[in-house]
Design a protein around this ligand. Structure first.
Ligand code: SF4
Ligand code: SF4
Length: 100
């Protein structure tokens, strides 16, 4: 069974650059029809086929995507596996890959 993942995008900070959409091997993401407060269409998860591969989070220039994978330890719960922050200044990458 494929690993079950999910992503969370900070809608109001998204610039709609589509890099995450291009980077996703699953075609999980798309731009929203709606716009955020800054006037950008933002990335949304349109399919339930995310594997939690973290590609989208790694390419996002705004560092606003958090990736989750379903926890194998606690069924039904999801755990954060990747959060990439402060890409422009101090790169901080945290990837929890203990399940593999
Ligand atoms: S984690 Fe991987 S599969 Fe999931 S949305 Fe991001 S790029 Fe696509
Ligand atoms: S890469 Fe980041 S800023 Fe660009 S569309 Fe995706 S979430 Fe938005």
């Amino acid at each position: 069974m494929a690993i079950k993942g999910a992503v969370q995008v900070e809608i109001e900070t998204c610039k709609g650059c589509e890099l995450c959409i291009e980077a996703c091997p699953q075609d999980t993401l798309a731009l929203s029809k709606d716009i955020n407060k800054s006037g950008y269409h933002y990335a949304v998860q349109i399919h339930d086929n995310c594997t939690g591969c973290t590609n989208c989070a790694l390419v996002c220039p705004e560092a606003i995507i958090t990736v989750y994978r379903q926890s194998k330890k606690k069924k039904g719960e999801r755990e954060e596996v990747a959060r990439i922050s402060n890409v422009r200044n101090n790169v901080s990458i945290s990837i929890n890959d203990n399940d593999n």
